[in-house]
Design a protein around this ligand. Structure first.
Ligand SMILES: NC(=O)c1ccc[n+]([C@@H]2O[C@H](COP(=O)([O-])OP(=O)(O)OC[C@H]3O[C@@H](n4cnc5c(N)ncnc54)[C@H](OP(=O)(O)O)[C@@H]3O)[C@@H](O)[C@H]2O)c1
Length: 313
């Protein structure tokens, strides 16, 4: 089968399309013939950095990057339950860990998958994995009806799911993006849009119950100014909070948290229901053929992706 093999961390040219054996199936795994793969910032962050690869994938080389897939079950392991050959499935496979998603066939623990809803394409299903699971796993335990929440980068992969899930939870949603994505985030249900290029959110907002920070840096620092005492900020890009940040948060009883998304079949089934019922819609703004994985990585590196970018097989 064809797969992108990364022998060592490096530039996009290190992703080499290679002929390798199909994966051997573990007893609790299903073999998936991949139809679509979604690409995430983590793919392009770990690719050039050995330490990050060690942290997320493990000290394994070579690596096959990629975690988010949708496809058709080709084989079912002896102890894998819930799936049959021919089922259309989607999931985030072995995250954190070695997903081996950039491949024509992927062996995935049955417990990381859900069946695809009938109203969803392979591209939409592949897109509704890591980014959507992140939004779900962050928001569901922390946000309740009536909360006023701020979602940074609402037009991105995580942000566009987070807006929709937060509305389902009954929150009032304020979100940031550039002006060109204003109509998009409002169409997802956001109650208020802030164009971060024209307006400083920290000058116009106050008393926010919860902030989802997909940016880090000064966006994280300034988020402290708008969150209420006792509120919560979840930062996705960083798990390292400076002493200054902690010193500003602690006396005001503000929780600063980092959450790392993890593979979870039950949560995938929640996303399946959300897709079926229309609570969540995947926005796939770009698709690339498998041969153009390099272009997909360049797109994610731009930091300007609207919704999700997906690779098709
Ligand atoms: N901890 C975890 O488990 C976890 C999980 C998922 C993601 N993450 C991290 O979370 C971050 C976001 O991920 P993602 O998939 O949503 O990224 P993404 O899809 O690449 O985000 C792109 C979006 O960010 C917006 N943006 C760029 N600069 C902005 C700014 N200063 N203020 C507001 N919006 C801005 C862009 O909108 P405009 O073009 O309109 O500016 C674009 O639509 C990444 O760092 C990723 O690694 C962490």
């Amino acid at each position: 089968m064809k797969a992108y093999v990364l022998q060592e961390a490096g530039g996009i040219e290190n992703l080499v399309l290679s002929d390798i054996d199909k994966p051997k199936l573990g007893s609790d795994e299903v073999l998936i013939e991949t139809k679509a793969i979604s690409i995430n910032p983590v793919d392009v962050k770990v690719r050039p950095m050995e330490e990050l690869l060690d942290m997320i994938v493990g000290e394994i080389r070579p690596v096959i990057l990629g975690w988010d897939i949708a496809g058709v079950v080709a084989e079912v392991g002896a102890n894998a339950t819930g799936f049959e050959v021919g089922d259309k499935v989607f999931g985030m496979v072995n995250f954190p860990g070695h997903g081996k998603g950039y491949a024509e066939y992927v062996a995935a623990p049955a417990g990381h998958l859900a069946k695809m809803p009938d109203n969803t394409t392979f591209e939409e299903a592949a897109a509704t994995t890591l980014a959507a699971l992140t939004a779900l796993q962050v928001l569901r335990p922390r946000v309740k009806a009536g909360d006023r929440i701020l979602i940074h980068a609402g037009s991105g992969g995580v942000g566009h799911y987070a807006i929709q899930i937060a509305k389902q939870l009954g929150a009032t949603v304020i979100t940031t993006s550039s002006a060109k994505n204003r109509d998009f985030v409002l169409s997802l249900g956001a109650d208020q849009h802030i164009d971060y290029r024209e307006q400083k959110f920290e000058e116009v907002l106050a008393d926010i119950d919860f902030v989802l920070d997909g940016m880090g840096g000064s966006v994280l620092e300034n988020s402290l100014k708008v969150v209420r005492d006792g509120g919560t900020i979840v930062s996705l890009p960083t798990h390292q909070f400076s002493e200054e940040l902690k010193a500003a948060a602690d006396p005001r009883n503000i929780k600063l948290e980092f959450v790392l998304v993890t593979s979870n079949g039950d949560d995938m089934n929640t996303l399946k229901e959300y897709l079926e019922s229309g609570v969540v819609k995947a926005h796939v703004s770009m698709t690339f053929p498998f041969a153009q994985m390099a272009k997909a990585h360049k797109q994610l590196e731009s930091g300007r992706t609207v919704g999700k970018a997906v690779v098709r097989l």
